[in-house]
Design a protein around this ligand. Structure first.
Ligand code: AMP
Length: 658
């Protein structure tokens, strides 16, 4: 079958090594060899060449339809940018240095040629393809099934040397165009502008299903391989929840002020004063016990819940009793917002939650906890734990973690996502009532050596987030002040009628966190960015003034790489190249003349920068061409802002947050 994407294939990108460039052989490729990886690579090129979403979707749908179901499953999965399904714990573990070695070996390119190619493309796959022209077979092609088994043996191999050998075996059988996408897949950086959601839409189009049915099946199963099989068989409704793959996190939209939050949650209320369920039809609502006269519509607040916005890391807990486990411990996994498995970093939590004897998925925030004060430790404490893959016993003792939960998505055999928050909250309260006490981490025959020494530290690791009703603007203001005083970042406002929408940032959840302040700073150092920004100087280190120190009047206070437009970054790159003081590889110091206004969420003490402070979540608001360096903010101003922070870190010892 000749798909729409084949007709639309772009002219191949010209190679920088023009003499060794070969015309991709797809045009000569037999069209019925449907499961070749080359055809997959060509589709990816066609996808990268169009920015039109509908066109991309049509290309993918045509392609999937042309393949046997198993191959369509493989292709759908890889198009979403990952070599293995979400429910599949295998990983390739092929990092940048291993890939560089592989490409150097196959192409004979030296370090300089490799860096130059990378700079040119900002993308390892495309750069590698370029280097491989003339050094790789021009006509070979492997099948999708062969790539799949190649990935399987690489995932199984132990140690970089074995992995390198196996990856080279695979690459030796590929043309440069195929190698490009093999590498992109291995690094998870496809750059085709195709997200999982678009693949889901294309599956729906290919197999005449609804997108909603495909999305739901994918959310439940966590495997596009299985979704394609069900879609092709017309059995998407048979999908049932599988635990141990992360479900997308529901996100909140920002609001700057209490007034804005209240305005967003104000709606027309028809039967005011009823106090009874708004679900009742108007003629069943009694007002003040009197006859139920039709009431004038008036404005009122939507039923909403307020929670503190905790300053830790978002995590999804999956827990399920294992019938096979001799000690009745449950299987436990914690996933991050980026879908990483956090379990290894939080053995104290995994251990504590193994006592939960009921299958469930909970949504919450991991915090470093001070059990005596019953409040969170600073984010920088948690960061110390995050800096290592496995925490040391000392860290487990000094920086214990908790999961503070605010939502429940699944319990027993009930999927709760499609229930309103009011119902989910009731289930969550019941769940915590039943299991919180069981999550004392020191109650551990399991990892006794880790925890026995500190029985006095026993405290539940599952904590229910407090919730209050939104009643008025004043109430919200007080909740915000209270949250900040408790060391939290701000307040979340959540509609009680809202369902849990995985991966969506909607208006059903709002986050109110005021920006602390902005600082005017001067750029002192710059470096190249990553990916799309690999060839431009986009990461800026900046300083404030210290008038009391004539020896070092400028003191660095942070680094930011977001907020400027591409054009501004391009202009800045030219400027900084011409005003470089010293070059240290990727980093260069520059003449301190460019003034920026930066916003941030918090100030912390830190040994990372000379000022003794670091900014949390800094972003560039604008370039202040109007402002001379002599007028930028001072260390004294930074100290004032720090002093005015209601939620200064609990442990104020300087930390190295690098
Ligand atoms: P932001 O990272 O600023 O987009 O804010 C969203 C993040 O707030 C979420 O991903 C959570 O990590 C965090 N968060 C803290 N407390 C809550 C809460 N009570 N409900 C939902 N998200 C929360």
């Amino acid at each position: 079958m000749f798909g729409r994407w084949q007709k639309a294939r772009p002219a191949p990108e010209p190679s920088i090594f023009a003499s060794s460039y070969r015309l991709p052989n797809a045009i000569r490729y037999p069209l019925n060899a449907v499961s070749s990886f080359l055809q997959f690579a060509e589709l990816c090129d066609a996808l990268a060449a169009t920015s039109k979403k509908l066109e991309k979707r049509a290309f993918i749908a045509d392609y999937l339809k042309s393949l046997p179901v198993e191959d369509a499953g493989r292709a759908a999965l890889w198009l979403s940018g990952t070599p293995f399904a979400e429910t599949d714990p295998r990983v390739l573990n092929i990092g940048g240095s291993l890939l560089s070695k592989a490409i150097a070996e196959l192409s004979g390119a030296g370090q300089e040629a490799m860096s130059a190619a990378y700079r040119r493309y900002g993308d390892f796959g495309a750069a590698s393809a370029d280097l491989l022209y003339g050094h790789a077979p021009a006509n070979a092609s492997i099948t999708l099934a062969e790539v799949e088994s190649g990935f399987a043996v690489i995932a199984e191999a132990r140690g970089p040397a074995a992995k390198l050998r196996l990856f080279l075996d695979l690459l030796r059988r590929t043309t440069p165009d195929e190698a490009k996408y093999l590498i992109k897949l291995a690094t998870g950086d496809m750059r085709t502008g195709v997200k999982q959601s678009l693949v889901e839409e294309a599956i729906a189009e290919a197999y005449a299903a609804t997108t909603a049915a495909v999305r739901r099946a994918d959310m439940l199963l966590g495997s596009l391989l299985e979704v394609v099989a069900l879609a092709a068989a017309g059995r998407l409704d048979d999908a049932r929840m599988k635990l141990f793959h992360p479900i997308g996190f529901m996100l909140a939209s920002p609001v700057q002020t209490v007034e804005e939050a209240v305005a967003r949650f104000t709606e027309e209320i028809r039967a005011e004063k009823s106090g009874v369920s708004e679900a009742l039809p108007p003629d069943e609502r009694a007002v003040d016990g009197g006859p139920d006269l039709p009431s004038e519509p008036s404005m009122g607040l939507k039923a909403a819940q307020l929670e503190d916005k905790f300053d830790g890391i978002r995590a999804q807990l999956h827990v399920s009793p294992e019938t096979s486990a001799a000690n009745h411990a449950s299987r436990v996994a914690l996933y991050s917002r980026n879908r990483d498995d956090l379990s290894e970093s939080f053995p104290d939590l995994v251990d504590a939650f193994a006592s939960i004897g009921e299958p469930a998925i909970l949504d919450g925030e991991i915090l470093a906890w001070n059990p005596t004060a019953q409040r969170a430790l600073s984010f920088s404490s948690l960061q110390q734990r995050l800096g290592r893959k496995r925490p040391t016993p000392e860290m487990l003792r000094d920086i214990p973690a908790v999961l503070i939960v605010f939502d429940i998505l699944y319990r027993g055999d009930a999927l709760l996502l499609e229930q309103p928050l009011s119902h989910r909250r009731a289930v969550l309260e019941d769940f915590c009532g039943r299991w919180t006490a069981a999550t004392l981490a020191s109650d551990a025959g399991r990892q006794s050596d880790l925890f026995a020494a500190r029985a006095e530290q026993a405290f539940p690791r599952l904590i229910l987030a407090a919730a209050a009703r939104l009643t008025s603007a004043d109430g919200l203001d007080q909740a915000y002040v209270g949250a900040r005083a408790r060391g939290n970042e701000g307040v979340m406002i959540k509609s009680l009628a809202s369902i849990y929408q995985p991966g969506r940032r909607g208006l059903a959840w709002l986050k109110l966190k005021r920006e602390l302040a902005t600082l005017d700073v001067v750029v002192t150092g710059v470096e190249y960015g990553n990916g799309r920004r690999a060839a431009v100087l986009s990461d800026y280190t900046f300083a404030i003034r210290d008038p009391d120190d004539p020896e070092a009047p400028l003191k660095n206070v942070g680094k930011a790489y977001s907020g400027l437009t591409d054009q501004e970054i391009a202009d800045m790159t030219t400027w900084f190249k011409a005003h470089t003081l010293e070059e240290y590889g990727h980093f260069r110091t520059v003449e301190p003349t460019v003034v920026l206004e930066v916003a941030f969420n918090n100030l912390m003490r830190s040994t990372r920068h000379a000022s003794g402070f670091a900014l949390r979540f800094p972003r560039i608001v604008r370039i202040r061409i109007d402002k001379p360096v002599e007028e930028i903010d001072t260390l004294q101003r930074v100290e004032e802002i720090y002093a005015s922070q209601p939620d200064k870190p609990v442990d104020e010892t300087p930390v190295d947050d690098s």
